[in-house]
Design a protein around this ligand. Sequence first.
Ligand SMILES: C[S@@+](CC[C@H](N)C(=O)[O-])C[C@H]1O[C@@H](n2cnc3c(N)ncnc32)[C@H](O)[C@@H]1O
Length: 228
Amino acid sequence: MNEQPHRPIRSFVMRTGRMTSGQARALEDLWPRYGVEYSPAPLSFDALFGRQAPRTLEIGFGNGEHLAALAVAHPERDYFGVEVHRPGVGHLLMLAATNNLSNIRASSHDAVEVLREQIAPGTLDEVLVLFPDPWHKKRHHKRRLIQPPFVELVASRLASGGVFRLATDWEPYAQQMLEVLSDARALFENLSPTGNWMPRPEERAPTRFEKRGTRLGHGVWDLAFRRS
Ligand SMILES: C[S@@+](CC[C@H](N)C(=O)[O-])C[C@H]1O[C@@H](n2cnc3c(N)ncnc32)[C@H](O)[C@@H]1O
C-alpha cells in the first residue's frame, strides 16, 4: 500500500476567489516593489525596508485595508503582511501604491512557514492576528491558528517587550485564545486591565470581517499580551 505523504494541517484552504483586473494588475506590476517571495531563509528587515524601525507583522490581513491604514498613520514603523488569499494581496498592493507607502511589504505564503523559516528569533515588535478564521465545526478546530505551538512560535519571533494583539467576533474562539495565551504565562503577560479582554482599540478601522461580525450581531473580543 502506498504511504500517504505527510500533509500539515493548515489554518486555511486555498479559495480560487474572484480577482478584479485591478488586483491582478497590481500583483503583476507592484509585486517587485512590495512583494516578498517565500524562501526558507531568514529575512533581513533592515535590508528589506532600507532602515531600522519598529516592525509589525499582520497575519491574515484579508483585503489589507487595516494594514495599509496603519502604515499611513505610522510612517515611523515598518509593516509586513502575510496573506494567502491572492486577491487580498493584490488589493493591499494597490493601496500601498496609491498611498505611495515605503513602509509596507507583503508575502502571499502560509504565515506559519514564514514565521518559522523567514523571521529570525526576537525580530518583531508587534504581531497582529485579527479575526482569524474561527473554524466553527468541532472537527475543524484543529485548523485554528491560535494553539500552543503557534503561540510559542510567535513568542520566539517577538522581541522582549513586543506585543501580540488578537481580535475575534466568535466567543468560543475568544475563550480559546484567552486560555492558550494565559497558559503561556512564562512567555506572555496579559495587558488587559481586567485580566481578560482589552477595550477595542479606538485606532482600529473596522476590518472587513469585523464589520461582517457586527452585521451578524456578534460581539468583538480584543486581547493583547506582552512578551516577557
Ligand atoms: C476571516 S479572514 C480575516 C481577514 C482580516 N483580518 C479581516 O479581519 O478582515 C482570515 C484570513 O486569514 C488568512 N489566513 C488564514 N490562515 C493563514 C495563514 N496560515 N497564512 C496566511 N494567511 C492566512 C485567510 O486567507 C483569510 O483571508
